[in-house]
Design a protein around this ligand. Structure first.
Ligand SMILES: NC(=O)c1ccc[n+]([C@@H]2O[C@H](COP(=O)([O-])OP(=O)(O)OC[C@H]3O[C@@H](n4cnc5c(N)ncnc54)[C@H](OP(=O)(O)O)[C@@H]3O)[C@@H](O)[C@H]2O)c1
Length: 360
């Protein structure tokens, strides 16, 4: 039996902690954040039932790193690394031979490099498979909305980041044109220059999210912003937006105010076997984040190596992890939007609504 673990953490200190400790609802967020700093990592659940279509089986653990994104971005990085490493050690003590860094534990600092250097077991961020499935999901969503990717204008928000940059690199090869959105102009222009050598159409860049996405038919958004950065009025009618970021980039207002755009969550995966995560992290039973899935498939493959680390992810890594996923039977689950499943009928209705708006 192969063994793995995956590090999770609260996304919103108040919301997530009061799910387990209801009295926390009455406390100010700052008190909960303060208490988290002094809490030790803990086992959250035991994962059973993972079985590859190629034969191997694995068990795993969700281990909790008690820090929120806000804390991880504001505390001294050494303190954050110490807490992540203590969580990784807990995974090792359970027998895991590889550990995946979930959400912000892979974003802060150097993308897992320092954590891996001080760990006795293999570490991966899961970003290779997150990229593979963000691209697959966006293109599938586009197809269902009747968008031809080769003629489409694509925007990638967070395009200077580990996930965003490689998504942009791959999508630029086939898209009609592409705009890169981030916060730092020089960095964006450097990446735009690198990408244009292999791009099919024009490659633009901007630090303004609204103007960057307002003409886009396909948006992949993967920033590390701690609050929503995409508002209802920013999105083109009929567009598909794949929100890979955790916390989400797309404001919940979009769900209420726009019935003519398709918002999908990136990276919802169906792993092989009869998997029980023993914990509700907001996905339907038997489905997992893409980054979790990367850890699981590496364990099933017996590849106890630091597959994805650091801020650079190559197209070759994305292709390799896609091959490993196929070999063991991991696949994209149905679309989800704001934590709910989206049916084909709903997508057809969104498409109709967008068509109606165009006629007005
Ligand atoms: N769904 C999944 O399975 C999954 C898996 C892994 C990660 N994630 C999520 O993916 C996101 C990105 O991860 P990453 O590893 O690629 O992070 P990263 O390397 O730190 O990149 C983050 C990017 O976001 C940009 N950014 C940050 N704040 C912004 C703002 N307010 N407006 C516009 N751009 C902004 C950064 O720009 P500059 O730094 O250039 O300013 C950078 O381009 C995180 O939310 C993470 O939790 C999801």
């Amino acid at each position: 039996m192969e063994k793995f673990a995956f590090v999770i953490h609260p996304i919103s200190a108040k919301r997530d902690i009061s799910r387990k400790f209801p009295f926390a609802k009455a406390l100010p967020e700052s008190w909960i954040e303060f208490a988290l700093r002094y809490k030790s990592p803990m086992e959250v659940s035991h994962i059973t039932g993972l079985k590859s279509i190629a034969g191997p089986e694995a068990e795993g653990w969700l281990v909790g790193c008690p820090l929120s994104p806000k804390l991880m971005l504001s505390l001294p990085i050494e303190e954050v690394w110490k807490k992540i490493l203590a969580t990784v050690k807990l995974a090792e003590d359970h027998g895991a031979k590889i550990v995946g860094l979930g959400a912000f534990t892979s974003v802060v600092g150097d993308g897992g490099v320092t954590v891996a250097k001080h760990s006795n077991i293999a570490v991966t961020t899961g970003n290779s498979y997150t990229i593979a499935t963000a691209i697959e999901g966006s293109l599938k969503g586009a197809e269902m909305m009747g968008i031809d990717p080769s003629a489409a204008h694509v925007a990638v928000v967070g395009a200077t980041g580990s996930i965003g940059k490689t998504c942009a690199q791959v999508l630029a090869k086939t898209a009609g044109s592409i705009t890169l959105v981030g916060r730092v102009k020089d960095r964006l222009e450097d990446i735009a220059k690198q990408i244009s050598t292999d791009a099919k159409g024009t490659v633009g860049s901007t630090i303004d999210v609204e103007s960057g996405i307002k003409d886009a038919d396909i948006v992949v958004t993967v920033s590390s912003a701690v609050d929503a950065i995409i508002e209802p009025q920013f999105i083109k009618s009929g567009a598909v937006v794949c929100d890979v970021a955790r916390p989400r980039d797309v404001s919940v207002k979009v769900q209420r105010e726009r019935d003519d755009v398709l918002i999908i969550e990136g990276g919802v995966i169906e792993p092989p076997g009869d998997v029980n995560f023993g914990f509700n992290f907001g996905f339907p039973p038997k489905t997992a984040y893409a980054c979790m899935s990367e850890t699981m498939m590496l364990a099933l493959d017996g590849r106890y190596e630091c597959f994805t680390l650091g801020k650079e992810v190559s197209v070759e890594q994305v292709e390799e992890i896609s091959r490993i996923a196929k070999k063991h039977g991991f696949k994209l689950a149905g679309f989800r939007s704001f934590e709910k499943a989206v049916t084909e009928e709903q997508i057809a209705q969104i498409k109709k609504n967008a068509g109606r708006k165009k006629m007005i």
